[in-house]
Design a protein around this ligand. Structure first.
Ligand code: MSP
Length: 807
């Protein structure tokens, strides 16, 4: 099948409307948006369908509405609108937004129920059990059992419709074991298989703080016969361990009514269990249950889903119940369910019930402020609304980058404002942004803003380094393709980040600012070559980063002189990347800062905003009117679709934002370029000190440039209580300040250190010691038998700017 004929349908969970959106919800939606954008660059716009929405039925919603003194419909209208307004602010490019209270969904769910009923998979029975209202599920245990939401369960006796889930045990095990129905990551697949096999005690992820698998309704109890069966792959399971599932409720009415003929078999009025209702959204949104030919065609084109992206706590609903419903209805199964971990805040899952949520709006507002509206803009005047949206999209990029880079996709990870600011400064302002600004401003100044022809420098060492960069770029392009396919989103970013460091190292090594001062023909030639190689590397980095940073890469693309990145994404211009795609003679666009540096004050601003949240405006619904007060979406493929482009149509905003003539926010001051050769052997001495066996091992320049060595000044040094060996330092890198912990307290007093200019490894992953984070490492030589560290420092008389890079 050619790329053009393939399709990709991906979904997020539909979010409960009982809580306002927070960054936990944004996390899944961001990941889905990244995948959708990447898929569109590969398959084209029309072959990708990205669905999100809200889950609006159930007792929990009914009770919340009651507490708020409004009807459930009013309540859901309001919260659902908040979700949509947030996705709009963030430039999320969903193709459709489904609400479970919409008629198209209600109709589809009733059709699915009827299908299951007519095929004999549903029967009526009575059940008394413990019900967790918070999680909308029955749990095993005596009255008063603590449910998965941490609250006591309620005893519920109900005549219910049951789904014959038990009949699908063996089939589901086979489908998952064979990979035909793919569950990722492996820990989650094992968890689901354990549950299905009746082997719950082997659930692999014992560290997961989520619902205890043993409390799941239908959790394993040995079957009466205690017989063992075997799957097609030969693994054993206990038949009967998977119990039938109650799929209706009659104790409340905020849900989709059970349809006829099933309904009249009971004395009571039943609504369909909220999870059967909710899961069906993935098909009803495409058109399941509709007679309309367009809906039928869409359903045929896109079902089955290629990817359901979910948080790990709802894996069972997606990997046991949902496939069983589909098998019973004779419908194809989704190809893959991918679970990610949780965002933790202060060590526990961020959730409304724990009261430890962080609102996305706080981050959008704070980072948006780094791009104040220019007072005087050449050309058309800018509306406040237009600029606000620019700010939102910029800030949304920051959050996208942070969440995917900082939290290993699939694992749990902590969120903190400190880490957000730190990561932004180190990777975006000082890393990518600084590289772009240094390289492009040299092209502007020295080559009249025109890209030179791509060729290797004449100087052999530079030619070798450039060739290596070229090789690395090719390796990067293919590894990123694999990582996107495997949804290893954090790896995508760590690989790009390593390449940025490599390019930065190449740039520093080549000292183009020195070459520019020389009139010698070889120096001129080298200068052109170095700038061409760097610009080409930036082009590749930018194309690869596009799905993650759609707004900022659009700005860089325009500065490179390549025009509109969204257009390139649409017409295959970001696909099949190869080294050498930047045409010589291309003129740069207007330059300007992409990632203004954030100072630490932003941390306090965000902390304060979370402590004193401004109450939401009452009933600010996103109806046609509200969505259109923001600048209009450029294009959409469906009435429910979000704006497709990340930037808004406005006289080529991509190039205007960076216009050098416009008063733009304070230009990020790059760390001083390399100024002088470091004292030779500093690094080698430090490395040898820790591992003498490495003394003679050689490393390549590629290895070396990955290490970001910088000059820093010690501002604060202090002992850490109860830690004899550790000192806590605050160092100034010129472009930022950071905390470093160092085990030198036996040899240096704090007074010895304050004011000294030292060398640090600036791109070391943060490490926690004694509850404090260390962001870097000091370089020291090891002296004598006891290995006394002697710090590598600069003399008072050395003229060296803080933040200078050593190479
Ligand atoms: N309504 C159900 C899903 C039905 S899908 C057919 C539901 N809704 S929810 O509002 O609770 O959202 C759950 C999803 O939101 C999680 O699966 C996850 O994708 C996301 N997250 C909510 N809180 C989160 C964190 N703290 N961390 C990471 N993701 C989080 O369950």
């Amino acid at each position: 099948m050619s790329d053009a004929q393939k399709k990709f349908y991906l979904t997020t969970p539909i979010y409960y409307v009982n809580a306002r959106p927070h960054i936990g919800h944004a996390y899944t939606t961001i990941a889905a948006d990244v995948i959708a954008r990447r898929q569109r660059t590969l398959l084209g716009e029309s072959n990708v369908w990205f669905l999100t929405g809200t889950d609006e039925h159930g007792q929990k919603v009914q009770r919340s509405a009651h507490a708020a003194g409004i009807t459930p419909q009013q309540f859901t209208d309001e919260v659902s609108a908040q979700f949509r307004a947030l996705w709009q602010r963030m430039g999320i490019t969903y193709d459709d937004y489904i609400r479970t209270t919409e008629p198209r969904h209600v109709r589809g769910v009733q059709k699915l129920f009827s299908e299951l009923y007519s095929r004999g998979h549903i029967y009526l029975d009575t059940y008394t059990g413990q019900y967790s209202v918070g999680e909308e599920m029955f749990v095993d245990g005596p009255p008063g059992t603590i449910g998965p939401d941490g609250k006591p369960t309620e005893t519920v006796t109900e005549e219910n419709f049951y789904f014959r889930l038990s009949a699908f045990q063996g089939q589901l095990i086979n489908l998952i074991e064979s990979g035909e129905f793919c569950v990722e990551p492996e820990a989650r697949r094992n968890e689901v298989l354990s549950f299905l096999r009746g082997n719950v005690n082997q659930a692999t992820d014992s560290d997961a703080p989520g619902p205890d698998p043993q409390t799941w309704v239908g959790a394993s109890q040995k079957s009466a016969e205690n017989t063992i069966a075997y799957s097609a792959k030969g693994t054993s399971y206990l038949p009967g361990a998977l119990k039938d599932l109650s799929i209706s409720r009659s104790s409340f009415d905020w849900g989709i009514p059970v349809p006829e003929p099933a309904a009249s078999t009971s004395q009571k009025k039943h609504v369909i269990y909220v999870w059967l209702d909710a899961l069906a959204n993935y098909m009803t949104a495409l058109g399941y249950g509709s007679e309309n030919p367009d809906d039928i065609a869409r359903l045929q084109k896109f079902w089955p889903a290629d990817l359901h992206l979910v948080g790990k706590e709802i894996i069972r609903f997606h990997c046991v119940y949902w496939p069983a419903f589909l098998l019973a209805a004779g419908l194809p199964l989704p190809k893959k369910v991918q679970a990610h971990g949780w965002l933790l805040f202060e060590e526990s899952k961020m959730s409304k019930s724990r009261g430890n949520i962080v609102r996305t709006e706080t981050i959008l507002d704070a980072f948006g402020s780094l791009k104040p509206k220019p007072v005087d803009w050449p050309g058309a005047p800018l509306s406040d609304e237009y600029w606000k949206h620019e700010q939102d999209l910029f800030a949304s990029d920051v959050l996208r980058y942070f969440l995917l880079r900082e939290i290993s996709f699939g694992q749990d990870g902590s969120f903190s404002f400190d880490a957000l600011v730190q990561r932004y400064n180190s990777d975006l302002a000082n890393g990518y942004g600084n590289l772009v600004s240094r390289a492009l401003s040299m092209i502007e100044k020295n080559l009249e803003g025109t890209h030179p022809e791509l060729h290797l420098p004449a100087t052999p060492t530079l030619a070798e380094a450039a060739q290596k960069l070229w090789n690395s770029a090719s390796t990067l392009i293919s590894s990123i393709a694999d990582d996107f396919t495997g949804i290893r989103l954090t790896r995508v970013l760590t690989s790009i980040s390593a390449f940025i460091t490599e390019v930065d190292g190449f740039f520093s090594l080549s000292t183009p600012w020195k070459l520019a001062k020389s009139d010698a023909p070889q120096a001129r030639e080298d200068l052109r070559a170095v700038l061409a190689v760097t610009a080409e590397s930036i082009r590749i980095i930018t194309a690869l980063l596009y799905p993650i940073l759609p707004y900022s890469t659009a700005k860089v693309w325009a500065q490179l002189g390549l025009g509109d990145i969204e257009a390139a994404a649409k017409n295959g211009g970001l696909n099949h990347l190869t080294w050498g795609g930047l045409k010589p003679g291309t003129k740069l666009g207007p330059l300007g800062p992409i990632f203004p540096r954030a100072d630490k004050g932003l941390i306090q601003i965000m902390t304060n905003a979370e402590q004193n949240p401004i109450a939401p405006a009452p009933s600010k619904l996103v109806d046609e009117k509200t969505t259109h007060t923001a600048p209009p979406p450029s294009e959409s493929t469906h009435p429910g679709a979000a704006p497709r482009t990340s930037s808004l149509p406005h006289d080529n905003p991509g190039t205007q934002v960076g216009a050098s003539s416009a008063p733009v926010p304070e230009l990020a001051k790059p760390p001083a370029p390399h100024q002088e050769a470091p004292a030779s052997g500093i690094f080698a001495t430090a490395a040898a000190a820790t591992d003498p066996s490495q003394e003679n091992a050689s490393i390549t320049i590629d290895d070396f440039v990955k290490i970001d060595l910088r000059v820093a000044k010690v501002l604060v040094a202090e002992r850490i209580p109860k830690a004899d060996k550790l000192l806590r330092l605050e160092v100034d890198l010129g472009y930022e300040k950071r905390q470093i912990l160092s085990g030198i307290a036996q040899w240096y007093t704090p007074e010895d250190l304050i004011g000294r200019r030292i060398i640090i490894v600036a791109n070391l992953a943060p490490r926690k010691m004694r509850g404090l984070e260390s962001h870097g490492m000091l370089l020291a030589a090891s002296h004598g038998k006891d290995g006394k560290p002697i710090l590598a420092t600069f003399a008072e008389t050395d003229e060296i700017e803080l933040g200078s890079r050593l190479s």
